[in-house]
Design a protein around this ligand. Structure first.
Ligand code: MRU
Length: 361
């Protein structure tokens, strides 16, 4: 997608250099960073310079390629395949991408691994773009159907949680792909952007992205969603996901479950944009998904720009109060209206998912 007058992807190759966008600096500064080693790729994922399930998968694939460039031995491949997935535990795309790379590279002679790994990482990134574009096409029809029931010119109000935009993927985003396609198709859309405490990916990234593309949006505090739904101000919720189980339970950024409960209580469709690499057919019950517990400082402190333009972090809680910071929650399948996948919209249940992805199930 465009930033200023240039097109970017979440991770890309500049010649043979792997480049990412440092998302920790947004929305105040746009800077790219080159990743030169496996350790750089692990740092980028662990410190959330890149984040969002599809993007950490694609970045990890490039991390394997960097490891193979330095040392294409079996031991180095095994080391990369163990260390990368440990960088963040919840999003399944990370383990999925690393395992795909390992399975492809392991049978090759070491002399062929570096070139094959770079080509495979690029293929994973390109596929992500195609998948998200297809999600956009299917989701567009949902938005169009709602738009057709509205008074002419009245926008379709879509609520989203966290950030599942192009910066969370290689391009297009998952939850945002239908929104961008609808906007391009000339449909009036307006997005309620949950700020998404504690790291504020909604307020800092979703809002930045939508603003860059001219999509009307309004940032709300996380607790406002239920109130807006009760007052007829939300037509549809679309969120991303870090892992969907075989029975359609959806793990996503903390707070998603409460939005799904509020949507259910108010009869508002609650859709999950779910690329197939985010579906984990090895887990049935969402309670078995490992939930990342992140540092207390994300809750006890907050960062932003001062009035005179300095970036500062300040404490917002009492010194001695502890904090608990689960990064994700699980929305049970019964609260999910449907999963928007690259193959179409599917019900969140075991039979429907197995029918749509027979080769995975
Ligand atoms: O902790 P993050 O910022 O990596 O969490 C991201 C999200 O929860 C996204 O909504 C999810 O990964 C879907 S990404 C298209």
């Amino acid at each position: 997608m465009r930033v200023g007058d240039q097109s970017y992807r979440g991770v890309f190759l500049d010649g043979e250099t792997v480049v990412i966008i440092d998302q920790t600096l947004l929305p105040h500064r746009f800077e790219t960073r080159a990743l030169a080693t496996l350790d750089d790729a692990i740092d980028a994922i662990a410190h959330m310079w890149v984040r969002g399930a599809p993007l950490i998968g694609a970045t990890a694939a490039h991390g394997v390629a960097l490891a193979m460039r330095a040392d294409p031995s079996d031991a180095a491949l095994a080391g990369a395949a163990t260390r990368l997935p440990a960088a963040r535990p919840t999003a399944i795309n990370l383990a999925w991408a690393v395992e795909r790379m390992r399975a492809l590279l392991a049978p090759l002679p070491p002399t062929e691994r570096a070139a094959a790994a770079l080509a495979a990482a690029k293929a994973i990134a390109d596929e992500d773009v195609e998948i998200n574009f297809a999600i956009g096409e299917h989701g567009l029809e949902l938005i169009r159907a709602i738009a057709e029931r509205k008074t002419k010119g009245e926008p379709v109000n879509i609520l989203t949680q966290c950030h599942a935009g192009w910066l969370a993927t290689v391009d297009w985003g998952t939850a945002t792909a239908p929104i961008y396609r609808a906007h391009e198709a000339g449909l009036a859309v307006h997005v309620w952007v949950d700020e998404t405490r504690p790291r504020n990916q909604g307020a800092s990234l979703t809002a930045w992205e939508l603003g860059n593309h001219g999509v009307p949006h309004t940032i709300i505090v996380d607790n406002a969603g239920g109130h807006l739904m009760r007052n007829g101000m939300v037509d549809l919720a679309i969120v991303g996901t870090d892992r969907v189980t075989a029975q359609g339970d959806v793990c996503n950024k903390i707070g998603t479950y409460l939005k799904a409960l509020a949507a259910h209580d108010n009869g508002i469709p609650f859709y999950v944009a779910a690329p197939s690499p985010s579906i984990d057919f090895s887990i049935v019950d969402g309670r078995d998904i490992p939930i990342e517990i992140r540092g207390e400082e994300e809750i006890t402190h907050i960062s932003g720009l001062t009035r005179d333009g300095r970036h500062e972090t300040v404490r917002v809680t009492p010194e001695k109060s502890p904090a608990l910071n689960p990064g994700f929650d699980v929305t049970p399948a019964r609260l999910v209206t449907g999963l928007i996948t690259e193959r179409g919209i599917v019900a969140a249940n075991r039979a429907a998912l197995a029918k749509m992805f027979p080769e995975r199930a």
